[in-house]
Design a binder for this molecule. Structure first.
Ligand code: PLP
Length: 409
């Protein structure tokens, strides 16, 4: 018999979304006349903007002509997109990256999942609790996390994000090799200020750690002064890799395009003490395992940076932001305490006394016919919290909000 990778057996079953789906299906079956509204999913509801659709059409036409047809593209992505990204997202913000430090991919999920391959299995991982589960699970698969006991892996450094610390992770006392940070955060909606981020960059510089910085929700930042990129912090270019995505910025969840920034100066150490460029290693990995994002999709992503594209995606994001405000107001009306929703499409509410995350889920479903996500599904520190998303339509968000506002706790 072929032996399996035993690490997969350590993965705690991902019951969260399947349990939610089962509970919702059972409720709908028992109450066929009730309309259930989901504020649970992390997927967008608005279509691609016209500038993107036009670019998709144009590129599709090119693919149908012998003269303009494209086969395999560069694994790292077409220069036209890498140049648009580096100019718009970095150089215009005073960050001197170059286009060949950008790697185009089919999603931040795959990149953030795959990146850990470049590090030794002995590396110590630090991550936020609650957390986007991909960071943890991929390290479990790689055998980097130790044994799972009482809801925690013994080999992982958990960084509690609680109401007491404003959901901002504090530096660990021990040494971490790989640090995952997510700002604006999924699920808490919290952001890291420049001062807080600087502490992490200083820690990583001192400890020779690598920060894997997920800023998939950067476009949702509204407050001035909050860093959009970790490279706004001096020295970060030596210790950090940044993940970004067109998914929530431009509705590409089904179109698939993202990018990862690996500055050329980031280095890692081999067992013999030799230093190696992380950029060269990631390029080697990508050219071996990845054949690039479709040409038409990269042209579509490029259109996001046109003047029209920028105006159009801003209008969509403003709409989601309005939803977040509607939800926050409703929660406050219901006497609940809520966080996030200002610089992120996620609202993180505190469940009222006596209700844990799942009891709150049941109450919301049965009394308001609204679906959200129990915070405990994102980690032990999520117990007593609940995530709502701003991604539904305004009309349904308003309906859901009105129902929640009328609940008694
Ligand atoms: N990172 C975070 C924090 C996310 O919440 C998500 C998606 O929900 C992703 C990455 C994945 O994005 P993509 O659609 O680009 O794979």
């Amino acid at each position: 018999m072929t032996a399996l990778n035993e690490n997969y057996l350590k993965l705690p079953g991902s019951y969260l979304f399947s349990t939610i789906a089962k509970k919702v299906a059972a409720y709908k079956e028992a109450h066929p006349n009730q309309s259930v509204i989901s504020l649970g999913i992390g997927d967008v509801s608005q279509p691609l903007v016209p500038a993107v659709v036009e670019a998709l059409h144009r590129a599709s036409d090119e693919m149908g002509q012998r003269e303009t047809f494209r086969g395999y593209g560069p694994e790292q992505g077409y220069a036209f997109l890498r140049e648009a990204i580096v100019k718009h997202d970095y150089q215009n913000r005073g960050i001197p990256l170059s286009a060949d430090e950008i790697f185009i991919s089919d999603g931040a999920k795959s990149d953030v999942a795959n990146f850990q391959e470049l590090f030794a299995s002995s590396c110590k991982v630090a991550l936020q609790n609650p957390v986007y589960p991909v960071y943890l699970d991929t390290n479990v698969m790689a055998g980097r996390t130790g044994v799972f006991e009482n809801g925690r892996f013994g080999g992982v450094i958990y960084l509690p994000c609680t109401e007491e610390n404003n959901f901002v992770p504090q530096l660990p006392k021990e040494h971490a090799d790989i640090i995952y940070l997510c700002s604006p955060n999924n699920p808490t909606g919290a952001t890291l200020s420049k001062a807080e981020l600087k502490k992490w960059v200083d820690y990583a510089s001192e400890h020779h750690s690598i920060i894997l910085y997920d800023s998939a929700y950067e476009a949702y930042i509204t407050q001035p002064g909050i860093p959009h990129s970790i490279y706004e912090i001096p020295g970060a270019e030596k210790v950090a890799v940044e993940f970004r995505s067109f998914s929530k910025t431009a509705g590409f969840t089904g179109t698939r395009c993202a990018y990862t920034v690996v500055p050329k100066v980031v280095q890692v150490t081999a067992a013999d003490g030799m230093l190696h460029s992380l950029h060269a290693l990631w390029l080697r990995r990508q050219t071996t395992k990845f054949n690039g994002v479709p040409y038409i999709v990269q042209r579509a992503a490029e259109a996001v940076y046109s003047a029209q594209g920028q105006q159009q995606i801003k209008a969509v994001i403003d709409g989601y932001r309005q939803n977040a405000e509607v939800i926050l107001n409703a929660l406050r009306k219901a006497g609940l305490t809520a966080f996030g929703g200002v610089n992120a499409p996620y609202i993180w509410l505190k469940t009222p006394k006596g209700l844990d995350s799942w009891s709150f889920f049941d109450k919301l479903l049965t009394e308001a016919q609204v679906v959200g996500t129990p915070g405990v599904g994102f980690g032990t520190c999520g117990e007593g919290f609940f995530r709502l998303t701003a991604f539904n339509t305004l009309q349904l968000t308003k309906q859901a909000a009105a129902r929640v506002a009328s609940l008694k706790f």
